[in-house]
Write a protein that binds this ligand. Structure first.
Ligand SMILES: Cc1cc2nc3c(=O)[nH]c(=O)nc-3n(C[C@H](O)[C@H](O)[C@H](O)COP(=O)(O)O)c2cc1C
Length: 184
């Protein structure tokens, strides 16, 4: 199994990254032959898509923009499981995550979604605002639609509150994610 974690929080070793690491530890605990790669987007240069549409003419799984996405494309293609871990920023994914998702466009071949089809997706959201909180729901909905469009299987969405007095909930979420990984 090939797993690619995409960490969209700018905080190194923050809650978002720790949660994704628990999931991948769980996956590794039950799979001898697993390859796990992690992209920490904050340390990458990923420029915004400027809609030149060259990728939709050449279908070469590349983008004309020369930046760190060039190395990410083969990793996305090789992955059986994509783990998106993002903090909620303004009721949505972080800007780092959105830049990455927009640039996945280069792997789409018009209506042919075969570069994505069949992959499993796990979404981890962290949020610190008051509850009830629509941010995680909005992002889950976005991922449901994106995965349906790309024929990917959104196997789980885990939203984790990280605000005041959240230590116990975060700990429970860590355990839940480890178990989820072990069952994958
Ligand atoms: C720019 C910014 C925007 C945020 N917007 C929201 C929001 O809309 N809703 C929410 O519940 N939390 C919001 N938060 C809080 C983060 O989602 C929360 O602190 C998150 O758990 C951070 O995880 P990390 O420390 O792993 O990066 C925001 C934080 C920042 C810095």
């Amino acid at each position: 199994m090939n797993v690619l974690s995409i960490v969209g929080s700018p905080i190194k070793n923050g809650v978002t990254e720790k949660l994704v690491d628990e999931l991948t530890k769980g996956i590794a605990s039950k799979n001898d032959k697993v390859e796990i790669n992690k992209l920490f987007l904050q340390r990458q240069e990923i420029k915004p898509c400027f809609a030149c549409q060259t990728c939709q003419k050449l279908f070469n799984d590349k983008c004309v923009i020369e930046d760190d996405m060039a190395d990410n494309y083969p990793k996305i293609l090789a992955a059986d499981v994509l783990v998106f871990a993002t903090p909620i920023y303004w009721w949505n994914v972080s800007a780092q995550t959105k830049l990455f998702i927009d640039r996945m466009y280069a792997l789409l071949h018009k209506d042919d979604v075969s570069n994505f089809a069949g992959k499993k997706v796990i979404l981890i959201n962290t949020y610190g605002g008051e509850r009830p909180n629509s941010g995680p729901k909005i992002v889950d909905r976005m991922f449901q639609d994106m995965c349906k469009y790309l024929n990917m299987d959104l196997v789980a969405t885990v939203a984790v509150y990280t605000g005041k007095n959240s230590e116990e909930e975060v700990q429970e979420a860590m355990e839940h994610l480890f178990d989820l990984g072990a069952k994958l």
